[in-house]
Design a protein around this ligand. Sequence first.
Ligand code: NAP
Length: 291
Amino acid sequence: MATILDGRKVSKEIEKEIKAEVLSCDKNGYRPPHLVAVLVGEDGASKTYVTAKMKACEEVGFKSSMIRYDDTVTEEEILAEVDRLNDDDGVDGYIVQLPLPKHISVEKIIDRIDTAKDVDGFTPANFGKIDQEHHSLLPATPMGIIELLKRYDIETKGKHCVVVGKSHIVGMPMSILLAGPGDATVTLCHIHTKNLEEHTQIADIIVVAVGKPGLITGDMVKDGAVIIDVGTTRVPDSSKKSGFALKGDVDFATVEPKASYITPVPGGVGPMTIASLIMNTMIAYKKRMNF
Ligand code: NAP
């Protein structure tokens, strides 16, 4: 039976540590860190994620603000908002929640974000430094996964890690973090990978970030593998009040018996992503305040 990598528990520990730092700043007469989220449109999942991020800010004593636009907003208006946030000395970090409507170029928006306030770690300048040992403002999800592994004393050095999915926000930076500072041997798989199971079957650690429920099944993993499931797909479920359930990319029922450690969905990677955003905001704040 696998040990559950409890992202909820670990994220609470991290929040407690950050809260203590915020209290100490307050005692010394400094303002709290301030995180802003820009939310465009009415996408249910995006609203849920941003609300959870704002709630975590409140819990640690940060100031948080949400700026909302409807999905008819123009690219110029969002770029103007980004410029305002860049210039606002009272803002330590901000995120533009993705996805954005198709008429807005994500690249243009991300390129314009001040790298010092880029708490999602998506700007080219921050992304380009991912493999540096002590770089801060790492992309939140891969950063959260590394932190989770560390807190469970799971070594990556010398391990064979297979990352499935190569998105800019999860799979690609994850593979760089594991191969760079993590000193692992990394295979990065994606939609064009042939015979995916031949790669996953020899992995010590599998990180899957695809968005296809049940993609990784028990026959695709070796005994004792560490399984990190990033996938969060909403599937209809009439037994839930919300009308949907969150499903990971891993078929938990067949994989868990073979794994040594495994993240649940929900309650694994999701809370760690939020904890990383909080950690990044604290880092950006300290730099801004010259602490
Ligand atoms: P994405 O941008 O859609 O990327 C998915 C990746 O999976 C792509 O690289 C794609 O390959 C690859 N892929 C698609 N089908 C595949 C298959 N059958 N076999 C192997 N690779 C395949 O998604 P994302 O933003 O990385 O998110 C992935 C999942 O993680 C989603 O469910 C998302 O909701 C979730 N997520 C969760 C968190 C969290 O905090 N828990 C954070 C971010 C994302 P190509 O590039 O070649 O098309």
